[in-house]
Every structure is written in structure tokens, then in C-alpha cells.
Design a protein around this ligand. Structure first.
Ligand code: HEC
Ligand code: HEC
Length: 436
């Protein structure tokens, strides 16, 4: 055992040191990489959870909240929704307005205090000595100067506010299609109150709250816990505002069908819709239905009285078809109705295209006419039907026949109370433009 690999004692020391350093470097390398490894692992884990959540959503939630979470008119609110994630479309403008208006409120309060002091002093003038009277007049002059200075400050802030208020109005105007679907619910009321009380800050605060679902709710924690709590407890008592469609409690511990880990998957799936600061107005327009406040049912403003196809036809398909066929359709207005850029006779935006474009969620518009003729009308239940009758039937009684391959109950059932015969004639002319 005398034959050592390294013979000299120095050689052995150097070899020892070299190996020690090598081992330390190796350990260091592993330690440095550990967080990245863990992160990769967590990403994979989250990715799988989101995937499972997507499947659960399609199976349990899509019928009410829409296949892509954009909500369904009058049935359930959107979750794939910039409002839920508190995105600020005002880009800080409303916040700046709020700060300036708050300064004005403070300045006004100081003016009120000074005015009160002034009144008290002036009340003293009668019966005061000459000396006191001179002192009072001096004090009142100082107060007047202070009030003038404060008023100037208020006027100066007004000047800074003017362009910001203009910008906010421009943004609000651009939001109109979303506001029609319930975004910033209660806005008209807030505008009226701000005016009646001469309190512009009321409107600013209202907009701040309403643009962010968690502030609107109000909910003191984050989006995940908001969703999780809703899934555990449901929303008992809000069915009235939603034509009876009810958000039940989904968790097993609350009597629902889903396990805790499934709820987590759903939460991960929904939270994954957040686009951070990448949300656009287009995303806001894509939302079909925003949350309703509980008070909304009472606040609903009746639209102009119109003769809808349901009322006019006495809920009779053949009469409805005759009424529509007697009119001349305008395909341009029909397309605008279909795409939601103009409103129906009952003042609603329909946006049929949000479901019917592309054919993923509903049959594709641009194939419709030929499909009616070639496929559907061959079915025994539609023997002898005209394609017009089939179209009208499909719109006003969507659940009587469900196109194979698509979910039933997705297409809104209330068009019969929203459309006039002219609306239908126009859309028919538009859809017909796809005929061969
Ligand atoms: C039968 C229709 C229906 C089904 C199915 C349904 N929901 Fe809902 N959901 C609603 C309604 C209606 C509301 C609004 C209740 C309210 O106004 O308080 C709602 C509210 C919510 C909210 C709160 C949104 C907010 O901004 O307040 C979440 C989150 C939610 N649902 C998630 C789900 C998930 C996840 C599923 C599937 C497991 C699901 N929902 C299934 C009808 C439904
Ligand atoms: C929320 C999604 C949604 C909206 C909004 C919607 N639809 Fe539909 N629509 C569907 C689905 C899903 C089907 C297929 C299932 C069925 O037959 O009910 C369908 C089917 C139809 C059909 C039968 C199509 C065929 O190929 O036989 C017609 C016609 C139709 N829709 C017209 C309209 C019109 C017009 C509007 C707007 C006034 C509209 N839809 C709005 C989802 C929607």
C-alpha cells in the first residue's frame, strides 16, 4: 500500500484543495439553479391546473358565463372581463381628476370657515368702540384677501381640470357599447346625483369604484379569493336580476358538486384570463354582459315602447314570418344590428356576430344561408318551410331546435321581446347576402 498516486506531500495538498474547490463549485451551481428548477416545476403544476380548470369550466360554467367567459346577455356576467381584473381604461385620468377635485373641496371648506368668521366679526360691529371697529375692519379685509386667494386657487384648478374632464368624457364616450351591456352600472344615476348635489367628486369616486369589480363589490382582498368565495357560497338571492338563472354554491362542503382542488383549478383558469396591462377597448366591447348590482332590477329604465315581433305576431311563427316578409329589408342596417354597432328597435345591442363569427361557439354566419337551404330544410321537421321561416324560427325560438354539434341554451332566448319585424327583415336581408 505504499504506492500512492501522488507522492509528494505538496502534491497531495494541492490535489486536496483542487477537489474541495471543485465540490464547492458544484454545490454552488446546484444551489443557484434550485429556484429556477422550482419555478419551472411550479409553472408546470399551474399549467396543468389551468388545463383541468378549463375542462371544468366548459362542463359546468360555459352555459351561463359563455364558452370564452364573456358572459351571456341577461343570463350571467363575464369573467373574462377587464373590470374583474380592475384594468384602468382611464389611464390614471380619473384618479388625477379625483385628486384635484378633492383639493377644491378642501379649499371650499376653508372659504366656508372664513366666511363664518367674517359674519361673526361683522355682527360685532354694531355697538363696538371705534377702536374695535377699526380692528374688525382690518381683520375682515385680511379675510377677504384670503378668500380671494383661495378662490383664485380654485379657478386655477378648474383650468387644470378642463382638459382632464374632456379626456375622461372622450373615454366614457368610447365605452358606450360596454356601458350598454352593464359596464359602470348606475352611471346615469351617479351623473344625475353629482349634478343635483353640485358635487362633481361624487361622479369621479363612482367611476373609480365601478371600473374595478373588487371595489364595486366591495371586496377587500384579491381576485382569486373573490372568485373562490363566490364558488363556495354561490350568490343566493340574485336570481331575480338574472331572469331566474342562479349562481349556486359549487363546493362539496356547501352541498355542491365540486371538490376543493377542482375549485382551485377553476380559480386558476379564470385568473389566467387576466391580461395585466394588455387589456384593450376591444376586450371591453367583447364582453356580452357585465355584473348587475343588486339594486339594478329596480333601476332598469324602460326603453321606448315598440311593437316587438312576439307581441305583434301574438307569439305565432307563421304570422311573424308573414309580417317580416311583407317588409323590405335593409342589408346594411341588418349587418350593423348583427354586429351590434346600432341598436334594435327596443334599444338593445344584439351583437349576434360575437357568437356567430368563426363558427366555434355558434354556426358561422357566412355559411348560414346555404346551410339552411341544403341541410336543415331537408330534415323532416322542416319539410315545406321556407328558409326565411327557418331563420325567423331560429332567432325567436332558439331552443326549439338545436343545431347538432352546438350547446343548447347558449343562444339568448329573449330576442322575441327585443326585435321588431323590421329588425328581422333587415337581418334577413343581410344573411341572405351570403346566398350563392
Ligand atoms: C345557471 C347559470 C350559472 C352557472 C351554470 C354558473 N354561474 Fe356563475 N354566475 C351566474 C350568475 C347569474 C352570476 C351573477 C350573480 C350576481 O349577480 O350576484 C354569477 C356570478 C359568478 C361569479 C362572480 C362574478 C362577479 O363579478 O360577481 C363568478 C366568479 C362565477 N359566477 C363563476 C362561475 C363558475 C366558475 C361556474 C362553473 C363552476 C359558474 N359560475 C356557473 C350564473 C351561473
Ligand atoms: C350567446 C351566443 C349567441 C348569440 C348572441 C346569438 N346566437 Fe344564434 N345561435 C347560437 C348557438 C350556440 C346556436 C346553435 C344552437 C342552437 O340551434 O340553438 C345558434 C343558432 C342560430 C340560428 C340557427 C342556425 C343554423 O345554422 O341553423 C340562427 C338563425 C341564429 N342563431 C341567429 C342569431 C341571430 C340573428 C342572433 C342575434 C339577434 C343570434 N343568433 C345571437 C348562439 C348565439
Amino acid at each position: 500500500m505504499n504506492r500512492l498516486v501522488i507522492e509528494s506531500i505538496e502534491g497531495r495538498i494541492i490535489a486536496g484543495i483542487t477537489m474541495f474547490v471543485a465540490i464547492m463549485v458544484l454545490i454552488g451551481w446546484v444551489v443557484i439553479n434550485e429556484p429556477a428548477r422550482m419555478a419551472a416545476f411550479e409553472r408546470q403544476h399551474l399549467g396543468r391546473s389551468i388545463e383541468r380548470g378549463g375542462e371544468l369550466f366548459a362542463a359546468n360554467c360555459a352555459t351561463c358565463h359563455g364558452a370564452t367567459g364573456l358572459g351571456i346577455a341577461e343570463r350571467a356576467p363575464a369573467l373574462n372581463n377587464p373590470q374583474l381584473f380592475g384594468f384602468d381604461f382611464f389611464n390614471g385620468v380619473n384618479g388625477q381628476i379625483g385628486r384635484l377635485q378633492r383639493q377644491q373641496v378642501e379649499l371650499n371648506a376653508r372659504i366656508t370657515t372664513l366666511n363664518n368668521q367674517r359674519d361673526t366679526l361683522l355682527a360685532e360691529v354694531v355697538g363696538a368702540t371705534d377702536e374695535r371697529r377699526t380692528a374688525i375692519i382690518e381683520e375682515v379685509n385680511t379675510i377677504d384677501a384670503d378668500i380671494t386667494a383661495l378662490s383664485d386657487q380654485i379657478a386655477e384648478i378648474d383650468e387644470r381640470l378642463a382638459p382632464l374632464l374632456e379626456e375622461r368624457q372622450r373615454i366614457l364616450d368610447a365605452m358606450e357599447p360596454a356601458i350598454d351591456r352593464g359596464y359602470l352600472a348606475g352611471l346615469e344615476q351617479a351623473i344625475a346625483t353629482a349634478e343635483a348635489e353640485n358635487n362633481p367628486l361624487h361622479l369621479t369616486d363612482f367611476i373609480d369604484r365601478s371600473a374595478n369589480r373588487l371595489l364595486q363589490a366591495p371586496w377587500g382582498s384579491d381576485v382569486s379569493s373573490f372568485i373562490r368565495t363566490t364558488l363556495y357560497h354561490g350568490r343566493p338571492g340574485t336570481g331575480d336580476a338574472w331572469n331566474g338563472s342562479l349562481m349556486v354554491a359549487w363546493a362539496q362542503i356547501a352541498g355542491g358538486p365540486l371538490r376543493g382542488d377542482q375549485i382551485d383549478d377553476l380559480v386558476n383558469f379564470i385568473v389566467n384570463w387576466d391580461r395585466g396591462n394588455q387589456w384593450t377597448l376591444e376586450d371591453l366591447y367583447a364582453v356580452q354582459q357585465f355584473t348587475k348590482l343588486k339594486a339594478d332590477a329596480a333601476m332598469v329604465v324602460a326603453g321606448p315602447a315598440v311593437q316587438t315581433i312576439g307581441a305583434e305576431s301574438g307569439n305565432n311563427l307563421d304570422v311573424a314570418t308573414e309580417l317580416v316578409m311583407a317588409l323590405t329589408g335593409d342589408p346594411a342596417r341588418g349587418q350593423a344590428l348583427y354586429e351590434g354597432t346600432v341598436r334594435s328597435a327596443s334599444n338593445n345591442r344584439l351583437a349576434c356576430s360575437s357568437c356567430h363569427m368563426g363558427g366555434a361557439q355558434a354556426p358561422a354566419t357566412n355559411e348560414k344561408w346555404n346551410t339552411f337551404l341544403n341541410v336543415r330544410l331537408q330534415l323532416p321537421e322542416f319539410a315545406g318551410w321556407s328558409p326565411e321561416k327557418y331563420f325567423i324560427h331560429g332567432v325567436i325560438y332558439p331552443n326549439e331546435y338545436v343545431v347538432p354539434g352546438y350547446a343548447s341554451g347558449v343562444m339568448p332566448g329573449n330576442y322575441i321581446t327585443q326585435l321588431s319585424a323590421q329588425d328581422l327583415a333587415d337581418m334577413l336581408a343581410y344573411v341572405r347576402s351570403y346566398a350563392e
